[in-house]
Design a protein around this ligand. Sequence first.
Ligand code: LMR
Length: 397
Amino acid sequence: PFAAYEMAPLDPIIGLNEEFQRDDFPQKVIVGVGAYRDDAGKPYVLPCVREAEQRLVDQKLDMEYSGIAGDQKFVDLSLKFGYGEDSGALKEGRIQGVQALSGTGGLRVFGEMIRRHGHKHIYVPNPTWGNHIPIFQNSGLEVRKYRYYDASNSSLDFDGMIKDIQDIPAGSCVLLHACAHNPTGMDPTLEQWKQLSELFKKKQLFPFFDAAYQGFASGDAILDAASLRMFVDDGHLLGTIQSFSKNFGLYGHRVGTLSVVGSNAEEAARVVSQMKMVIRPMYSNPPRHGARIVSTILDDPKLKSDFYEQCKGMADRMNTMRTKLRDELEAVGSTRNWDHIVKQIGMFAYSGLNKEQVMEMRSKHHLYCTADGRISMAGVTTGNVSYIANAMHDVSK
Ligand code: LMR
């Protein structure tokens, strides 16, 4: 039955790991997938996560199925983390959600659900995280793009963004990156978010926030939720997917929360019931352990403050590396302007290198980043920053 199957291409982000594994050059470097590394280049488990795990082991919990919507305590705590402890809408019961299989899983459930409820399109920024496009296409939606980035100036194209959003038909769902836009590292300012909020109101658009990097933009997880909280305060009805992969470093545990803000509690409950209708035949119910880790941390004042500090530590290290990388590029003699590397925020530097240059770095320097020139700052360390700068300069001089 499989004779006609063709070999599929490698994934543009995750597939890089496979290519990297096959390279036996000793100084090879990978700055592809957005996964945090410590300054020795090793995966990092937050100490608060280790402590929460120990507490969980000590409790000898059972391993029964979760409900279709997952762990309610985890969902409640993650909604407070995203929307704010004092959120009026949360207190009114208008914000409800389900545990999701991290960002990807929640996006897929959301896409499928809105498609079942009459949506034919979803609008995403250009560029956006590569996986957004197939996720929504697989949900049966046509993906349309609005302008977001001005490559010639390495900056946000806010005017283009506003112009394109103005033309989106009323009622359409529009995806926004809550903070630390992937791949560009460029976010609207708070004033610009305000303008967007007003425009969404005027045009009756349906905002959907992808919050994958809360804590990684400013280093302060509360500040990073400002765009989402502003939209809720402005009275929007919206959807949000929160991922706990990056900020809590729980990548492989697949922890996320998909939620909506409805006009009242009863409406929000109806939407959650529809999410469950998508989930049950797709994967039945989500895994328990990662959600238990997050709820143990968010439910304990000491672990929670440890988390804020440790998350900030990751963001700070990446920012230090941004400056280092720019300085090293100057030191090796590059005359190009690399200031955008320092201006960008979050996990990625959108270098401006083109596909050819990326491929040359790969073949000549054994340096692996995604084809769009995105460099995961999480993989840049004191030990490899000069090597990376050299390679970038060599292919761009
Ligand atoms: C990334 O963009 O590198 C991350 O969001 C990880 C992924 O799954 O692609």
